[in-house]
Design a protein around this ligand. Structure first.
Ligand code: GTP
Ligand code: MG
Length: 200
């Protein structure tokens, strides 16, 4: 995948702050600290396009990025981190739901989960929201480099069972080893209809 440009566009909390809906858009969602920003950086081959942090809950705005001037990536704030102030946690739901329910250029949401944790209520809610709004989801299990092969297979099976999906429906990923990068790109290009010209 040739990345010619990857640039920060803007941050938004409310709808009036979103950029115009010109390009097909893919959003990235997941628990705080799961590795959303790292995944985006891996996809676009940039170490620091999106700020990553070992402190969870750092990304609290909806951040828009332009990729090759033909695709938009959206880094959504992470959920489920208890130490984020209550006021911030309360705005997360409406902020995300407004985005998901009104963004017409949104072609799909990459749902990022830590392979070491079973999906919980927040993941099920997110998957439910997407189904409700007929938005495609790409399920990604990240930080696979942190598990042995045996443990990885066991966790993968448990997560698939919890989500009631097929093995083919989840992509194994690691920002450290770049495992699964091509598979995630493939899913994104298919959803955005950019696959045929490989334009990204
Ligand atoms: P918030 O924006 O705070 O919600 O976090 P985030 O989901 O964007 O996570 P981020 O990409 O900032 O990564 C959090 C921490 O996990 C950082 O210390 C990353 O270096 C680390 N990390 C992310 N992905 C991986 C991975 O695949 N493998 C390993 N070993 N570490 C990872
Ligand atoms: Mg982040």
């Amino acid at each position: 995948m040739i990345i010619k440009s990857a640039e920060f566009v803007t941050s938004a909390v409310k709808k009036s702050q979103y950029p115009p809906e010109i390009l097909p858009e893919i959003a990235f969602a997941g628990r705080s600290n799961v590795g959303k920003s790292s995944l985006i950086n891996t996809l676009v081959n940039r170490k620091h396009l999106v700020k990553t942090s070992s402190t969870p809950g750092r990304t609290q705005l909806i951040n828009f990025f332009d990729i090759n001037t033909n695709l938009t990536f959206v880094d959504l704030p992470g959920y489920g981190y208890a130490r984020v102030p209550v006021a911030v946690r309360k705005t997360w739901g409406p902020m995300i739901e407004t985005y998901l329910s009104t963004r017409k250029s949104l072609k799909g949401v990459v749902i990022i989960m830590d392979i070491r944790r079973l999906p919980r209520e927040e993941e099920q809610n997110l998957i439910g929201w997407l189904a409700h709004y007929s938005i495609a989801g790409i399920l990604v299990l990240t930080k696979t480099d942190k598990l042995s092969k045996t443990k990885l297979i066991k966790q993968q099976a448990a997560i698939i069972q919890t989500l009631a999906v097929a093995k083919e429906d989840v992509i194994l990923f690691s920002a450290k080893t770049r495992r699964g990068r091509d598979a995630v790109w493939d899913a994104i290009l298919t959803l955005t209809d950019l696959k045929k010209d490989n334009a990204v």
